[in-house]
Design a protein around this ligand. Structure first.
Ligand code: FES
Length: 114
């Protein structure tokens, strides 16, 4: 149900600068941990052609799509210019070694909701 915190696995499974794929309430998301330990979650589909973002390299708060190299800002979900578009971002928290995600409403292009 929208707005609920939903289980998304164990914290220890998400290593720094890596992504993992999870299915939360039927929605495929990509969870990333930055080198500083921050956890960020976006839909697991690149706005270009749907590449699996969880397989991308993380630099700072940006993931680079493994297919054609678009950068996606994991904080805003927006593609790094000059590319356009973006993915939905989701709230995430960690508690006692478990990750929980609160799904956003379905937004393919975050620039459209502003
Ligand atoms: S599918 Fe991600 S850059 Fe093309």
């Amino acid at each position: 149900m929208a707005g609920d915190w939903l289980p998304a696995g164990e914290s220890a499974d998400i290593e720094p600068r890596r992504g993992v794929r999870r299915c939360v309430e039927g929605r495929e998301v990509a969870l990333f941990r930055t080198g500083e330990g921050e956890l960020l979650v976006v839909d697991n589909a690149c706005p270009h052609r749907g590449g699996a973002l969880f397989e991308g390299l993380v630099t700072g708060r940006t993931v680079v799509c493994p297919l054609h190299g678009w950068g996606i800002d994991l904080g805003s979900g927006r593609a790094v210019p000059p590319e356009e578009g973006g993915v939905a971002t989701h709230a995430v928290r960690e508690h006692e070694g478990q990750v929980e995600v609160r799904l956003a409403k379905s937004v393919k292009n975050p620039t459209e909701e502003r």
